[in-house]
Design a binder for this molecule. Structure first.
Ligand code: ATP
Ligand code: MG
Length: 306
């Protein structure tokens, strides 16, 4: 549905996007992660036909982003929440959506249906007749999300949709994205919020001018390290540590009477490790599993690049 092949964009001497290749299927939520200045917004702007590419190829639903006739078709099927929301301050919330609806050639029926629908869903219905110039950043952000959806697009490009939002509004928007996912919309999401990406994305690309890694959140997490075993004890003694020397452990950290152990074969060795600790006089309080997070994966992959 969204396909890039060796996509490259230069600004003078600066290469903002270097040889980017990826394929996003219909109905997938793709999270594009990367540090400030990585080229995420630039990529999104190329894919939504706002700026041209320098080299390579990109297609949206088979339409070529650099073909003039195709780009008109792309604009019809794509909804965009840009980095800078760009709404009309002098118009009310309702009139902003109505204006953009007309621009997208939505019928009057579609506008009369969709505008109240999205304003209500995003908690802005009470503010429909208020001038947008008086809106807070978060309110503008939510209105811009409604604008991205006004023409019932199949594909959505959301550039940091929950930036500026309070925790409750972030959750509203996240749940809203999950609803769109259930409706089988294809979503390309730029975000710095790793927790959000982990919760809502099917696939994640970690990008810093070049694509560093790509996979499901689980695949990326597993690429960092496998699960670790955490054993909390009343006291960690030398005798206990000595007893653990007999096991093939990749790593062991001893902190505040807590052993964080990277066990080579956890299912096989954990019961034996527990027995050995008890045998060495250890009083175990908790045994838990520590799983890597997307943040662990992200930081490792991005730091490898530096
Ligand atoms: N119109 C432009 N002219 C010159 N350089 C540009 C232009 N647009 C973007 N750049 C440069 O391209 C690089 C990528 O910028 P971009 O906005 O795509 O990053 P980003 O990944 O979206 O960052 P952020 O997470 O901060 O939003 C930056 O070095 C930026 O300065
Ligand atoms: Mg950006």
């Amino acid at each position: 549905m969204i396909d890039a092949e060796n996509l490259t964009r230069k600004f003078g001497d600066l290469t903002a996007v270097d040889n980017l290749t990826f394929h996003i299927k219909e109905g997938e939520v793709f999270g594009f992660l990367g540090p400030n200045g990585a080229g995420k917004t630039t990529t999104m702007r190329i894919l939504t036909c706002l700026i041209s590419k320098t080299e390579g190829e990109a297609r949206i639903a088979g339409y070529d982003v650099s073909d003039e006739a195709d780009s008109l078709k792309i604009r019809k099927i794509v909804g965009l929440l840009p980095e800078n929301v760009g709404l009309y301050d002098d118009l009310t919330a309702y009139k902003n959506l109505d204006f953009y609806g007309k621009l997208y050639e939505c019928s009057e029926t579609q506008r009369k249906e969709n505008i109240p629908h999205f304003l209500k869903l995003l908690g802005l219905w009470d503010k429909r007749d208020v001038r947008v110039g008086t809106f807070s950043k978060g309110m503008k952000q939510k209105l811009a999300i409604a604008r991205a959806l006004i023409h019932d697009p199949e594909i959505l490009f959301l550039d940091e949709p929950t930036a500026n939002l309070d925790p409750e509004s972030s959750k509203t928007v996240r749940d809203f994205i999950l609803d769109l996912k259930r409706e089988k919309k294809t979503i390309f999401l730029n975000t710095h919020n790793l927790d959000e990406a982990q919760r809502i994305c099917d696939k994640i690309g970690i990008f810093n001018t070049k694509l560093m890694a790509m996979g499901t959140p689980e695949e990326l997490e597993e690429s960092v390290w496998s699960n670790k075993t955490v054993i909390e004890l009343e006291h960690v003694t030398d005798k206990i540590l000595k007893a653990l020397n007999n096991f093939p452990l990749n790593d062991i950290i001893n902190r505040d009477n807590k052993l964080i152990i990277d066990v080579a074969n956890p299912e096989k060795d954990n019961p034996l490790i527990v027995e050995a600790i008890v045998g060495a006089g250890g009083r175990i309080q908790y045994v838990t599993k520590l799983s890597p997070t997307l943040e662990d994966a992200y930081l490792k992959i991005v730091r490898m690049d530096q």
